[in-house]
Ligand binder design. Structure first.
Ligand code: 6PG
Length: 249
């Protein structure tokens, strides 16, 4: 494992996806303890994807399952596919099956996106309200946001060339993604950037070219929306595997 330190972000390179998932679980646990000790709670936004899934499996097992302050951890999502919560594509379902249903988390600590609502704008508005209520009418500021990145440079459901990239006056938006021919509900980059900690989990050779463009390339956030992620006050950590990092300088 090696770390590249930059002025505004760090890159942690793990040998492979399995080490990446273990290290991400360790960081989650560390941050949960710090925030629960400091402010009495830990609010985290999860993403979909394969690397988080591996991390959830690790968190659902010993030692984390017994040791973490689950009652003080609050779960949200960075984005959701517009399907019911029991659908195979649901990000909520994946987290619920692999982690949330297996540890002692009160159901009232789980805030899923109501993406099954066929009125997508209403679903986004409803989740904005949920967040505003939780954060006591302040702008939502998660303690930790986990993000993945697609091979096209998208993150959360901020896809290249889509309207959500320009919706920073909103907390959550419904975003139509032409290439998927479907709707997604997503936090805006502005909401993500208010987080205290942001961690990207990126594994696999197919991500190498986008990762290089996002981190080392010229600014082009319309094409590589992951470039929009620049926390206002918090820290940004890219956790990647050797395969994804293979084109970095
Ligand atoms: C989703 C996401 C999405 C995901 C990336 C990377 O709902 O699909 O939240 O942004 O994180 O597509 O996914 P992988 O880690 O599986 O490649």
């Amino acid at each position: 494992m090696r770390t590249l330190q930059q002025s505004t972000y760090d890159v942690l390179i793990c040998a492979d996806a399995a080490e990446l998932a273990r290290e991400a679980a360790r960081r989650f646990a560390e941050l949960a303890d710090i925030f629960v000790n400091d402010i009495g709670r830990f609010a985290v936004a999860l993403s979909g994807g394969s690397t988080p899934k591996a991390m959830f499996h690790i968190l659902a097992d010993k030692p984390f399952a017994d040791a973490l302050p689950w009652r003080s951890i609050f779960f949200f999502w960075g984005d959701e596919r517009c399907v019911p919560p029991d659908h195979a594509d649901s990000n909520y379902r994946m987290a619920n099956e692999t982690l949330l249903s297996k540890v002692a988390i009160p159901r009232e600590n789980i805030f899923r996106i109501p993406a099954e609502d066929e009125d997508h704008e209403r679903a986004a508005a409803s989740y904005s309200e949920t967040l505003q209520k939780f954060f006591a009418e302040q702008k939502p500021h998660f303690d930790l946001v986990f993000l993945g990145m697609g091979a096209d440079g998208h993150t959360a459901s901020l896809f290249p060339g889509t309207a959500a990239l320009h919706a920073n006056d909103r907390i959550v938006v419904a975003n139509y993604v032409e290439k998927l021919q479907s709707w997604r509900i997503t936090l805006t980059a502005e909401t993500i950037n208010r987080a205290r900690n942001i961690i990207f989990l990126v594994a696999g050779e197919d991500k190498a070219s986008a990762l290089k463009e996002v981190i080392e390339g010229p600014r082009n956030s319309e094409k590589y929306p992951s470039q929009l992620i620049e926390p206002f006050h918090g820290s940004l950590l890219w956790m990647v595997d050797e395969a994804a990092a293979s084109l970095l300088k």
